[in-house]
Ligand binder design. Structure first.
Ligand SMILES: *Cc1c(COP(=O)(O)O)cnc(C)c1O
Length: 355
């Protein structure tokens, strides 16, 4: 049976990425060795890192003065690396969900953290609007896409101080104005590649301004200086990410990707609104185009488990909602074709007819 992969993360990747990485694992560049058994410093691998950085810069239109780093540790390590490197006195955070809260918790170890606003009062189903970012903050941290709650900040905010963004689950889903950010980071496993790789886009002159000593591995300057080669980077995930970037470029880049993502999200949100059984959880103006969360209407609540089974029998994978929201979540990342979203819609309509 065909499987439709709606996993939230690690999640669907382009077939192009999977096939090319599989080939390189068997024989890298025809050298008779696997990608897994070569030196990260070899002349064959350096071009992979160089090309991945160049494509990051090209696809996201990254201005000069920024570096792209390929590290380990996940987005979760960035929750502490960011304040370690940038927080001298005070930082502002927008609390839009579980990941934002976790980022705040780490920052508090390094200085004063101002929560400019929170949507916790409504189980994070909206993005707060009228808040003030203190002009003396070292940076303003946002989580652009709230993977668990299905809300998203889809335009670059205005801020009196440089922003730092966790873009784990919506990087490359739309064009971004990188110049508004000192750091953009994320785990690769949502929209870019397999788990094990963390990308960091960092403005070089934002570094070196805090007075505390920073352990070598946690100091961005180490990785800027050594081109992500201070220690062994995640070789296979970087190669896979490069394939995704090539795929993305071939497809027309982030503008085209955004168009396709909007289109996919629209047909699913329209169906959730139309279908008598379901309703969305996020307020319409904050809806994510990457993670689409929905629950059953009150009068159909007892059918939740049945729908889960019904969908699984039709090949739907990974649509169970996160426990903090319940219901269902369809992750429609870049690599998800519209036809798969349509298959889920067909399944929802079939289920509606049955009841
Ligand atoms: C998945 C996710 C994380 C956690 O990423 P790890 O790489 O597992 O540390 C952080 N932030 C957001 C927005 C995520 O979606």
């Amino acid at each position: 049976m065909k499987k439709y992969n709606f996993n939230a993360g690690p999640s669907i990747l382009p077939q192009y990425t999977i096939e090319n990485t599989a080939k390189a694992i068997l024989d890298f560049n025809g050298i008779g060795l696997s990608l897994m058994e070569i030196s990260h410093r070899s002349k064959d691998f350096q071009p992979v890192v160089d090309e991945a950085e160049a494509l990051f810069k090209e696809l996201l239109d990254i201005p000069s003065g920024y570096k792209v780093l390929f590290l380990g540790g996940g987005a979760s390590l960035q929750f502490c690396m960011v304040p370690f490197n940038l927080l001298e006195k005070k930082a502002a955070y927008l609390n839009t969900g579980t990941w934002a809260s976790k980022a705040m918790k780490e920052a508090k170890l390094f200085g004063e953290v101002v929560e400019v606003a929170s949507s916790k009062d409504a189980n994070f189903n909206y993005i707060p609007k009228d808040f003030v970012v203190p002009a003396d903050a070292d940076y303003f941290h946002i989580t652009t896409n709230n993977t668990i709650f299905g809300t998203e900040i889809r335009t670059d905010l205005d801020s009196p101080v440089p922003m730092v963004a966790d873009m784990s689950s919506d990087i490359f889903s739309r064009p971004i104005d990188v110049s508004k950010y000192n750091i953009i980071y994320g785990g690769a496993q949502k929209n870019l590649g397999p788990a094990g790789l963390t990308f960091v886009i960092v403005k070089e002159d934002a570094l070196g301004k805090v007075s505390r000593p920073i352990p070598t591995m946690l100091d961005y300057r180490t990785h800027v200086k050594d081109g992500s080669m201070f220690n062994t980077p995640p070789v296979v995930p970087i190669y896979a990410a490069l394939q995704t970037l090539k795929w993305l470029k071939e497809l027309g880049g982030v503008k085209q990707m955004e168009k396709m993502n909007l289109d996919k999200a629209k047909i699913l949100y329209d169906e959730i609104e139309r279908n008598k059984i379901f309703k969305g959880t996020a307020v319409p103006e904050a809806r994510s185009i990457m993670n689409i969360c929905f629950v059953l209407n009150e009068e159909y609540k007892e059918l939740e488990e049945e729908f889960g089974k019904f969908a699984a029998e039709r090949g739907m994978v990974g649509i169970k909602g996160h426990r903090s929201v319940g219901g269902f979540r369809a992750s429609t990342y870049n690599a998800m074709p519209k036809s798969s979203v349509q298959a889920l819609i067909d399944c929802m309509q079939e289920f509606e007819k049955k009841h």
